[in-house]
Design a protein around this ligand. Sequence first.
Ligand SMILES: [Zn+2]
Ligand SMILES: [Zn+2]
Length: 140
Amino acid sequence: MEKIIFSDRDIKNFLVEKDIKPTLIRIKTLEYLWSTKEHPDAEKIYKEVGKFIPTLSMTSIYNTLNTFVEKGIITAIKIEEGVVRYDGDIKSHGHFKCIKCGKILDLDIRQEIFKSQIKEGEVLEEHIYIIGICKECLKK
Ligand SMILES: [Zn+2]
Ligand SMILES: [Zn+2]
């Protein structure tokens, strides 16, 4: 898969547009979330962002992630009990989680089908989770 590289300036402008003060923590956190398909949890994000900011604390990572979720620029995925993972991809999609290796894959979902059942109602949040065993793990 092609990796898209975002410059700090692009991210800074994006944050300003969303009315979020572009601090270094916020820039690096968003940069990481935009560059990964792994749906990392806060711990992993802390490790990655910490490479750029040695003084980083877990609290500031949580604050950053909460701000981003509130502003709707990332989504919180609660596919498993007690763990929140984060996704920088806010396009409508579902998630498949493998119970053996723990990986999470993105799923295409056809909005028009469920939207037609909601009719004139409004979707506020969308969480479509499927649990299973991935192809690689089934082969083992
Ligand atoms: Zn698996
Ligand atoms: Zn996703």
